[in-house]
Design a protein around this ligand. Sequence first.
Ligand SMILES: NC(=O)c1ccc[n+]([C@@H]2O[C@H](COP(=O)([O-])OP(=O)(O)OC[C@H]3O[C@@H](n4cnc5c(N)ncnc54)[C@H](OP(=O)(O)O)[C@@H]3O)[C@@H](O)[C@H]2O)c1
Length: 217
Amino acid sequence: MSAQPASTSKPKIGLIGSGNVGSNLGRVWASKGYQVMFSSRDIEADRKLAAQVGSGARAGTPQEAAAFADVLVFAVPYGALPELGRSLGAALQGKVLIDACNPFPQRDGAIADEARAQGAGAVSARLLPGARIVRAFNAVGAARMGVMHQTPGKVGMPIASDDQAAVEVASSLIRDIGFEPVLVGRLDMGRFLMPGTPLAGEHTPEEIRRIAATLKP
Ligand SMILES: NC(=O)c1ccc[n+]([C@@H]2O[C@H](COP(=O)([O-])OP(=O)(O)OC[C@H]3O[C@@H](n4cnc5c(N)ncnc54)[C@H](OP(=O)(O)O)[C@@H]3O)[C@@H](O)[C@H]2O)c1
């Protein structure tokens, strides 16, 4: 991947969770000239990842990433959201937050049942109060997130949010990853942005619009 120099005019990105999803997204954004900070509960792993990614990448704790970032990307198991919402607290206020997290009861426990019943968008908004949430990157494979920039614009990325300005910020980041963002509705449409729903998998932007028109929150 040929890297662009880190830019001070681009929003700084804090990744909360640096596994399959967080590492692929952060690597591409760093290559596009964004400053990114990887975080998880394992700072040593994040330091190694940042060193591998190179220019534009650094490592920190989730608290440091939240303080550093203009835009936060949450890529953790859904079960981690209640604790992260409490521990990051005020640092989330007013921040654009891309929520890639999906609720799976076997992995995430009771909060996943709640999110599936009430909709992941609504429950994420309750768990991460004050953040300007955009659900995105929920139902496309993490490895694809790392390569889609090589063939940009062909595959759509369904997104849902109540905050138009946050949608614009997120859309620009999503295009840099290589997907064409398609706003399918408000955060209550976030219930359809996860594996096992008609919007899951890879679709053209037009297909996403057609499928979304058949769905009611
Ligand atoms: N894999 C996919 O293809 C894919 C696609 C779309 C969406 N998703 C969703 O995206 C989320 C991340 O998936 P993934 O595949 O990237 O998972 P993963 O590879 O298991 O990575 C999860 C990351 O979150 C960190 N983490 C876990 N608990 C944490 C906590 N309490 N505080 C801070 N960091 C924490 C983990 O590091 P430590 O455990 O060391 O803290 C790790 O860096 C999940 O909700 C998943 O359902 C996955």
